[in-house]
Design a protein around this ligand. Structure first.
Ligand SMILES: NC(=O)c1ccc[n+]([C@@H]2O[C@H](COP(=O)([O-])OP(=O)(O)OC[C@H]3O[C@@H](n4cnc5c(N)ncnc54)[C@H](O)[C@@H]3O)[C@@H](O)[C@H]2O)c1
Length: 394
């Protein structure tokens, strides 16, 4: 079977590698650097399993800048291009997905298109009418950055949204689900078939739930910190309830990363005239958290704040929508000096803030070290650290 994938980011590359174990996969991108790296067996993103598979496994994987070579004759074409949040329209910018779909149909009229990008609710149905073309599915992607391939090798569920009334389309949806299962290590993966609009809603409601949970424990921590209470004890006590569970409960500088902030805002936009208060509170709570963290740091009157890593998680190498960035900008806006330790950034400054990657110098110059996540290398400057990383496990 020939499969093409538009976009070689976290989603596109992890799926390309997964599927290239058993099928011929053409991965398309618009960035020559990424294409070149993949063809050399080097992962353009930091992800242990992707790096290992590209180096060690026999994969039938071809990265290319040429959409015609990739898309023509492909049986399935996956779209995994960005859907950034547009601050002006307060919605996703879906233009890259639309461009990819039109390009695919220019070279391939028959192949089944599966959108993996996170899109507005109703987008796939609208595209089907616009084109017109029934052969267009949406399959939500649930991977975590840094564990992208792992999460496709061990997926919690596979969901395919299609026009189920049509027998032949249901058959294709089943084939696509079987391709994802075939590449996975995990057995007995729950598979759900539903209409594409419901599948789109699953994605946005899942991420908004995760954002809500993060915001909840962050607000618990706001409360504990202002009252001088032990957050650790409170969260452990709360989470021993089997209905609440002891996971995804470690306070942070705010939920962040590429997806949670934008997906939550998109769901809020979807509500429009439907009554709600929780969804807007989830968005607002994160802003309150970032301001709270900033105020806590500034209340200690530091002359120079050292920002320890711009990444959201230890082990990550991207800073997209990292809550630390917002805290850093807020601190700087108050007139306080900011310096950054970020070894994955090899330029002298980030947004005009000085990068100090000589770790000894960074530690000496910082009055306070703001660390969203703490690692062992900070052990000799414990008294300088400001962090809410209570459990130090993610
Ligand atoms: N990152 C995640 O954890 C995650 C998880 C689930 C879903 N998603 C969703 O998946 C989508 C992609 O996310 P990502 O993190 O992989 O994005 P990314 O920004 O890491 O990668 C997207 C890639 O698509 C390429 N691209 C842009 N336009 C293109 C085009 N017309 N043809 C071919 N390639 C093109 C870009 O150059 C880039 O390499 C988004 O909608 C995102 O919301 C992301």
């Amino acid at each position: 079977m020939k499969i093409a994938v538009a976009g070689t980011g976290y989603v596109g590359l992890s799926l390309s590698v997964l599927l290239a174990q058993h099928h011929c996969v053409y991965a398309v991108d618009i960035l020559p650097d990424k294409v070149e790296k993949i063809n050399q067996g080097i992962s353009p993103i930091r992800d242990a399993e992707i790096e290992q598979f590209l180096k060690e496994k026999r994969l039938d994987l071809h990265a290319t800048l040429n959409p015609e070579i990739a898309y023509s004759d492909a049986d399935f074409i996956i779209v995994a291009t960005p859907t950034n949040y547009d601050v002006d329209s307060k919605k996703f910018d879906t233009s890259s997905v639309e461009t990819a779909i039109h390009t695919i149909r220019k070279y391939n009229k028959q192949g089944t298109i599966v959108i993996k990008s996170t899109i507005p609710i109703g987008f796939t149905r609208r595209m089907r009418h616009e084109l017109p073309d029934k052969n267009l599915f949406f399959s939500p992607e649930f991977l975590r950055e840094g564990h992208a391939l792992y999460d496709n090798l061990y997926p919690g569920r596979i969901i395919i949204g299609a026009r189920l009334e049509d027998e032949s389309l249901l058959e294709k949806a089943k084939i696509f689900a079987s391709l994802l299962q075939e590449g996975a290590v995990k057995q007995n993966i729950p598979v759900l078939f539903m209409h594409s609009t419901e599948a789109e809603a699953v994605k946005l409601f899942s991420n908004t739930y995760l954002a809500m949970r993060a915001a909840y424990f962050n607000e618990l921590d706001n409360f504990a910190e202002t009252r001088g209470l032990n957050t650790d004890e409170i969260i452990r006590g709360v989470c021993l309830d089997s209905r609440i569970c002891d996971f995804y409960n470690n306070p942070s500088f705010g939920y962040g990363g590429y997806c949670l902030p934008k997906d939550t805002k998109q769901l809020l936009a979807e509500y429009a005239d439907t009554p709600q208060s929780l969804i807007s509170a989830i968005v607002e709570s994160n802003d309150i958290r970032k301001k709270f963290i900033t105020d806590q740091i500034l209340s200690k009157n530091p002359k120079c704040v050292g920002i320890y890593r711009l990444t959201m998680k230890s082990g990550s190498d991207n800073y997209r929508e990292s809550s630390t960035l917002y805290v850093m900008r807020n601190i700087a806006a108050s007139g306080t000096k900011v310096i950054i330790f970020e070894p994955t950034w090899n330029k002298p400054d980030y947004e005009g803030f000085e990068i100090v990657n000589d770790f000894e110098s960074f530690k000496n110059r910082s009055d306070i070290i703001a660390a969203n996540r703490i690692t062992g290398e900070l052990s000799d400057v414990k008294e300088k650290i400001y962090s809410r990383d209570i459990f130090r496990r993610d």
